[in-house]
Design a protein around this ligand. Structure first.
Ligand code: ZN
Ligand code: ZN
Length: 285
């Protein structure tokens, strides 16, 4: 298969009805991100952005797109202290920082007196999420960033949506807004890749040979819902894209004004409880 420019194609999509080579694909990809950002007001050109990178393909793709679109941003990485996985991840984000010529900030969980492995094994993934969300928000606010940008893909959004609907937490759909404005001690949050799929991100980083680690976190569980989402897409082309757009619309209809925010009595950060989840994690070990 050949691209419209005549070169060998690396990407073919029935959803977008395109067949593209490496060069044309990266331009096409960046343009898709640009379109989402504009349509949903996800980022502003005047903002100082903290881009959270894990070393994986998705956040690498996000950093590349932010660079190409000329945003003012720095990279942020949490070293979770999970053996080889964390070493490989750190290596990848360091390389990415060099390739893109963007400053990298690294926060080590061990500086807070614990590693993710100290958490109860079954709770490792939720502990990881708690730690990352806490640290990125606090770092961004303390260093004067306007917004935190994360590389959640359409699969992540759909997965979170299904799980929360199933557990009855329907109002949590508000957390899936492509952009959540800052409030209290919480910095604004942006998801510029919410309409992108993991495959689109993978094709970008592979075709441009961008640094990323294919090593998966050893604690990450196989998620059957993720497989189900893939199966639906196979039978209904465009499902993911249409579904995340629906979720984005729905997320705006949830009223969040009355959501109450407490403050952690230990660290002072915004919390659902007397003591925040991060401090609980940190002190309970
Ligand atoms: Zn081409
Ligand atoms: Zn706290």
């Amino acid at each position: 298969m050949k691209c419209r420019c005549g070169k060998r194609a690396v990407f073919h999509s029935k959803v977008y009805r395109v067949t593209l080579c490496e060069d044309c694909y990266s331009k096409f990809y960046v343009n898709l991100v640009k379109r989402s950002v504009k349509r949903y007001g996800i980022l502003k050109s005047s903002e100082k952005i903290l881009a959270c990178v894990s070393g994986g393909k998705d956040s690498t793709a996000m950093a590349y797109a932010l660079k190409e679109l000329g945003y003012n941003f720095e990279l942020f990485h949490v070293d979770l202290g999970i053996d080889d996985y964390s070493k490989e991840s750190l290596k990848a984000v360091e390389e990415l920082s060099q390739v893109l010529d963007v400053n990298l900030n690294v926060v080590k969980l061990s500086d807070y007196g614990f590693t993710i492995k100290d958490a109860n094994r079954r709770k490792v993934c939720s502990a990881c999420g708690i730690a990352k969300r806490y640290l990125m928000n606090r770092f961004a606010r303390e260093r004067g960033f306007d917004v935190v940008s994360t590389a959640h893909t359409s699969e992540d959004i759909i997965l979170f949506f299904i799980k929360n609907v199933l557990s009855g937490n329907v109002e949590y759909v508000a957390k899936l807004r492509p952009r959540i404005e800052g409030h209290d001690r919480l910095v604004a949050k942006a998801k510029p890749l919410f309409e992108r799929t993991e495959k689109e991100n993978a094709v970008l980083v592979l075709s441009l040979n961008l640094p990323f680690t294919p090593v998966e976190c050893p604690f990450a569980p196989q998620d059957v819902w993720k497989e189900i989402i893939y199966d639906i897409e196979l039978r209904k082309r465009g499902f993911k894209q249409n579904f995340v757009r629906g979720i984005a619309k729905l997320s705006e209809s949830v009223e969040t004004e009355s959501w109450e925010f407490k403050h952690c009595k230990i660290c002072g950060e915004v919390s659902n409880d007397e003591v925040c989840s991060f401090c609980k994690l940190r002190l309970k070990r």
